[in-house]
Design a protein around this ligand. Structure first.
Ligand code: 15L
Length: 268
């Protein structure tokens, strides 16, 4: 039973959206961010926490039953920032959750944990990670940390490899990985409420005809996405100039793969 659910990174785009779509679903939503966010309404608690500080993370998770962890750095960045936000901060949230007896963690992992797979491959939740950036490595780390806390401490972990969240797809790559607000809400609720989750990885994508993912694991757990990027495809494609970088064009992670690329020959 989820009484109090914590959303970290509640001030970001996904956090602000889930704040609305989960309003009233659980008795209490605790909304936390490192920056100030809109004041609490009925059924909400607002918190301001820097997760790279363990004592602060412990205060943040106290009395929570489930966590939706969106906090940290949400794209490629310096190693120092990734280290503090997505490695140290992530560890603090998981360890504080263990100490507080939290039963479920829904983790915003990312398509960039597997971004170096080629676009002509369909991948499922069992493939080895192939991060395309320091950011992608931190998301792979979150999946490994989730596995440890699931195996060793019994916390239910639901890792959602989010594609691109928004009200509509914004370019050719995102036609394959787009997820709508209502589809992400559905997935997050499965992660918090499904009775049998111990450790699961799913893709956070809508029912896109151009998807690179076999999302059978999400479907097995009851996910029935309602949206598809295809109706927007013609408009998106007509507005986009042809891509110039062969690495970005061939790989699922796009420019995350091409940035800082220096290999003389591509792997596979
Ligand atoms: C992500 O993981 C990022 O959080 C988001 O900002 C986008 O860059 C997205 O991936 C994407 O691949 O479009």
């Amino acid at each position: 039973m989820m009484n109090r659910v914590l959303i970290t990174g509640a001030g970001g785009g996904i956090g602000r959206s889930l704040r609305e779509t989960l309003r009233g679903v659980y008795p209490v939503l605790r909304l936390s961010d490192r920056v100030a966010i809109a004041p609490a309404r009925d059924g909400e608690e607002v918190d301001r926490t820097e997760i790279s500080d363990m004592a602060s993370a412990q205060r943040m998770v106290a009395d929570c039953d489930g966590i939706i962890h969106l906090g940290g750095i949400s794209g490629e960045n310096t190693w120092e920032n990734i280290l503090q936000g997505n490695i140290v901060g992530l560890y603090n949230v998981f360890e504080a959750a263990r100490q507080a007896g939290v039963s479920r963690i829904v983790m915003a992992t990312s398509n960039h944990a597997v971004g170096f797979y080629r676009r002509d491959r369909t991948i499922d939740h069992n493939v080895m990670v192939r991060p395309d950036s320091r950011y992608g490595v931190s998301k792979a780390f979150s999946e490994a940390l989730g596995s440890l806390y699931s195996d060793k401490h019994g916390i239910g972990f639901f890792g959602v490899r989010i594609g691109n969240f928004g009200t509509s797809p914004i370019d050719k790559r995102r036609l394959a990985i787009w997820i709508s607000p209502r589809d992400l809400t559905q997935l997050v609720r499965i992660g918090l409420e499904h009775p049998d989750i111990r450790y699961e990885i799913v893709y956070g994508v809508s029912d896109n005809r151009r998807s690179w993912y076999d999302n059978a694991n999400a479907m097995r757990l009851g996910y029935r996405p309602e949206d598809d990027s295809e109706p927007q495809a013609a408009q998106v494609l007509s507005a986009e100039p042809p891509g110039a970088d062969p690495i970005a064009e061939a790989r699922q992670g796009g420019t995350f793969c091409a940035d800082e690329y220096s290999a003389k020959t591509p792997r596979d």
